[in-house]
Design a protein around this ligand. Structure first.
Ligand code: HEM
Length: 415
């Protein structure tokens, strides 16, 4: 059961209600203009909704990404789940996402090479084949759930391919990825939901640890997994827990977010049919339009940082050791930076959006996510005469942190 939301004490609590998840933008607008930096007493986080504040925090080298212990104190959980929580949260704390230099720099170098634009371009034909396979049942037109039939299998199979996960294991991986996303979205008091999710993440880490062991013992391989394991081993003694945590970070960082981009991207186009028509008329615009779709409905809604010294944010002085929440979805609709931010405009060039973060932790998987979204959306706008919303309303996932749809039924009109 979610705790009661006390709106005055918990702006984040308001965002995580079903109404807030379906449409967080009025809350963002109110906070951005009235309380651009404010404290959420329930979550223990400072809430930043203006583009300028997000920019300031992400470009300040003194701000730290370490935060797992402060945020996820496992001792608040019932005794029977505490050991699992300690193990899982300390493993997750070893992901590069939660590290500062110099540890971050070393891991980032390995992952950055494995996911560089050139390496990812080699994956393009495989992603194109996957899109073809998934759309084959509706090649002549028909109805699909864009989430279950296209976005989820495309993203999970792509990342499984990248990591060399056997096909038969994909179903399990998908369930664990969902559990992982849940750990980032538990509201205070949701102990059962958190415990179930933690057990899933524990199983995922064990699975990935085995995969690393098998990769090391097997023949040399030139896929991402082979590169990552080889480079990590070359850099120093084996640290399989850290490797498994980073692989889990890739899997989850890559899955839910890309699913969100494809599904909410299409929903945004259906809500602005004139913009969909622009892409249907000129499919070359799909590539730049993806940046606008990322700005408009950002799959990663907020990220966290910890201050290490006193900071003045929009006139609000915050002490050291404080958790600061950067609300990317709110900053991406800041009218001080984006004219008419609530209007989808596929011809806009929103180079200043924060959907992939900014600075040293800028999303390492962005080139891959862009290719997946481009190939999926291009196929939809070029292969069908029309894309129409089906009778049922889209359903949002009950996860505020990772914005995305649980269901989006559409009718594809064949040519
Ligand atoms: C639309 C899809 C995606 C979105 C919106 C997204 C968003 C983000 C954001 C906002 C960050 C910065 C987090 C922070 O600074 O705290 C990030 C980092 C990261 N992302 Fe993504 N991501 C996407 C796809 C992917 C994919 C496909 C992968 C992997 C294949 C991936 C792996 C990662 C990793 C490993 C990091 C941590 C980088 C670091 O700490 O240096 N992401 N992502």
């Amino acid at each position: 059961m979610a705790a009661e939301v006390d709106a005055s004490r918990s702006p984040i609590g308001r965002m995580t209600t079903p109404e807030g998840i379906a449409d967080p933008y009025p809350i963002f607008d109110e906070l951005r203009s009235e309380r651009p930096v404010c404290r959420d007493d329930v979550y223990g986080v400072w809430v930043c909704t203006r583009h300028s504040a997000v920019q300031q925090v992400l470009s300040d080298p003194t701000v730290s990404s370490r935060r797992s212990e402060a945020y996820w104190d496992p001792d608040r959980l019932p005794a029977e789940i505490r050991a699992t929580a300690h193990a899982v949260y300390s493993a997750l704390g070893q992901r590069m996402l939660m590290q500062d230099p110099p540890e971050h720099t070393a891991t980032r170098k390995v992952m950055g090479a494995a996911f560089g634009k050139r390496a990812v371009a080699l994956l393009r034909p495989r992603v194109a084949d996957l899109v073809d396979e998934l759309l084959a049942p509706v090649a002549a037109g028909g109805s699909i759930d864009v989430v279950a039939d296209l976005a989820v299998p495309l993203s999970i199979r792509t990342i499984a391919e990248v990591l060399g996960v056997p096909h038969d294991d994909i179903g399990r991986i998908e369930g664990w990825a969902e559990d992982f996303a849940t750990t980032k979205d538990v509201r205070p008091g949701e102990v059962d939901r958190e415990a179930a999710a933690l057990r899933g993440v524990e199983a995922l880490l064990e699975y990935l640890g085995d995969l690393v062991g098998r990769t090391r013992a097997g023949p040399v391989r030139d896929d991402v997994l082979g590169l990552v394991v080889g480079a990590a081993d070359a850099a120093g003694p084996h640290d399989d827990a850290r490797l498994a945590a980073n692989l889990a970070g890739l899997l989850v960082g890559g899955h839910d977010t890309t699913t969100g981009l494809v599904s909410t991207g299409l929903l945004s186009l259906l809500r602005f049919p004139a913009e969909l028509a622009v892409l249907q008329h000129d499919p070359e615009l799909v590539v730049p339009a993806i940046e606008e779709l990322l700005r408009f409905e950002s799959p990663a809604q907020w990220i966290l940082r910890t201050t290490t010294r006193e900071m003045d944010l929009e006139g609000c002085v915050i002490g050291p050791g404080q958790l600061v929440g950067l609300f990317l979805g709110a900053a991406n609709r800041d009218p001080a930076v984006f004219a008419q931010p609530a209007r989808l405009d596929v011809r806009r060039r929103p180079t200043q959006h924060f959907a992939f973060g900014r600075g040293r932790h800028l999303c390492v998987g962005a080139p891959l996510a862009r290719i997946e979204a481009e190939l999926a959306l291009s196929a939809l706008v070029t292969r069908y005469r029309g894309i129409e919303p089906a009778g049922t309303a889209p359903v949002w996932k009950p996860n505020f942190a990772q914005r995305g749809l649980a269901r989006l039924e559409v009718h594809l009109v064949g040519r």
